[in-house]
Design a protein around this ligand. Structure first.
Ligand SMILES: [Zn+2]
Length: 75
């Protein structure tokens, strides 16, 4: 009678952490969140710029036009 030795197998679980790279836009840098993403307030001059959440052209245009130096520094 021979008893088999208990073999404990360890499985290595590797967890892959997903890193989401969200590009910083002019909106993220110079604007604070307004009402439900439909508008945002410029932190440089306090002006409220309206624009859609996914469209950042309005915001970047404001910074480029009103705050040219800051806009160039951000790029
Ligand atoms: Zn501004």
């Amino acid at each position: 009678m021979s008893s088999n030795p208990a073999v404990a197998s360890f499985s290595t679980i590797t967890t892959i952490q997903k890193t989401t790279n969200i590009p910083e836009t002019a909106r993220d840098k110079f604007f604070t969140n307004g009402e439900k993403g439909r508008s945002a307030k410029c932190v440089l001059c306090g002006e409220t710029v309206k624009g859609n959440l996914g469209v950042t052209s309005n915001y970047s245009r404001h910074v480029e036009k009103e705050h040219g130096i800051e806009f160039q520094l951000s790029n």
